[in-house]
Design a protein around this ligand. Structure first.
Ligand SMILES: [Zn+2]
Length: 374
């Protein structure tokens, strides 16, 4: 782990600040800048754990801080580094979770999955296939944390007993389908991989009206991973090309053919290796639930959608024609004729401010729980 000290900057500093606040050592502004107040808080923490109180976060201080690595922070930029910290924390704290990976990203990072439960019925939730929708990763990770605490303490989540869910369901989640893209948006690529950042900037310059990197949805090579699935892909291509998305860039480029981006291939292979009875694909744009693909009407799909609508207040709608094809949920419905939903959480311009998190969580906890039992 990177040594953090006075004047360090970035997402890891945000993480330490929020952890020190959560643990009661400070009341810091979460600004990602290691200033004198942060140093003071680190010294408090070090004294408390009988560490050398030098205000520098080296190996020993990190080791103590990471005793709390299972706490998913809900008020900072959430990139691949914090995801990895949380997953290590989950492995220690919640040994009943099965944590593995579905393959590698374009930059060679593993793309993790988590399984909660040992039941026969398999359901699958995914998040952050679109880079600037990374708040959805926090949603799924916080949900797993809360579900795991409920399991450990024999409590309920949204009125369902977690141990009942564990025994009857296998919930799979892939919290960050597109880790390279997320890291571009949250600032980690610029900080740690400046050459990759410059390459992405060159692709982005093809589309001068899209803000960089905030408008980035694609993978790091400029392919929109949710336009890569073999479900009316040619129609999607025609629509997106007619809108001017004819080359790699921050969003809406379908790729040269379906299933050429590794992240989409991973998702595809993972899905066909399982037997999911329902999938949720999390996005962030407009508090709606899309449930249709073409003329398919999977059994119970409309009923489950109305239940989701009831517990969230999100509107159950048909997908707008311009974004109706080649998505993950489109392909799932087409291939299996089972219920699949795109959930568009939150409202506003992406990336949504993390200050929307609490509202998004409380609105979606019902969907996330009913997705297992309906
Ligand atoms: Zn999206």
């Amino acid at each position: 782990m990177e040594v953090l000290k006075f004047n360090s900057k970035g997402v890891l500093v945000e993480y330490v600040q929020t952890l020190l606040n959560t643990l009661g050592f400070s009341n810091l502004n979460i600004d990602g800048i290691f200033g004198s107040k942060t140093k003071e808080a680190v010294i408090n923490f070090q004294r408390n754990f009988w560490l050398t109180p030098d205000g520098i976060i080296g190996k020993n201080t990190w080791n103590k801080l990471l005793l709390y690595a299972y706490i998913v922070p809900t008020n900072i930029h959430y990139g691949y580094n914090i995801l990895s910290i949380n997953l290590d924390g989950f492995k220690q704290k919640f040994p009943f979770l099965d944590i593995g990976n579905i393959g590698y990203s374009s930059l060679g990072r593993t793309i993790p999955y988590i399984r909660f439960g040992k039941g026969k019925k398999q359901v699958f939730y995914s998040a952050s296939i679109h880079a600037n929708e990374w708040i959805t990763s926090v949603l799924l990770m916080k949900y797993i944390e809360n579900l795991s605490f409920a399991y450990e303490n024999n409590n309920t989540i949204f009125d369902y007993r977690a141990r009942f869910l564990y025994d009857n369901i296998s919930l799979y989640i892939v919290p960050m389908v597109n880790p390279d893209g997320v890291d571009l948006v949250v600032g980690n690529i610029e900080k740690y991989l400046p050459n990759i950042f410059n390459n992405a900037k060159i692709l982005s310059d093809n589309y001068p009206n899209i803000p960089f990197p905030d408008g980035w949805k694609a993978n790091i090579n400029g392919i929109d991973l949710n336009l890569q699935f073999p479900a009316l892909w040619d129609e999607a291509k025609e629509i997106k090309y007619s809108q001017g998305y004819t080359k790699p860039g921050p969003r809406d480029f379908v790729g040269k053919s379906p299933l050429i981006a590794v992240e989409s291939i991973n998702l595809y292979n993972f899905t066909i290796s399982k037997n999911f009875s329902l999938i949720l694909a999390y996005h962030t744009q407009g508090r709606v639930i899309y449930w249709r693909f073409s003329d398919f009407l999977p059994a119970n799909s409309y009923y489950i959608g109305t239940q989701f609508q009831n517990v969230s207040g999100y509107a159950l709608e048909d997908t707008p024609k311009n974004s109706a094809n080649a998505g993950y949920k489109d392909w799932f419905i087409k291939s299996y004729n089972r219920p699949g939903y795109t959930i568009e959480a939150g409202y506003g311009t992406n990336p949504l401010p993390i200050s929307q998190f609490d509202e998004i969580y409380s609105t979606n906890v019902g969907i996330l729980t009913l997705g297992m039992v309906l």
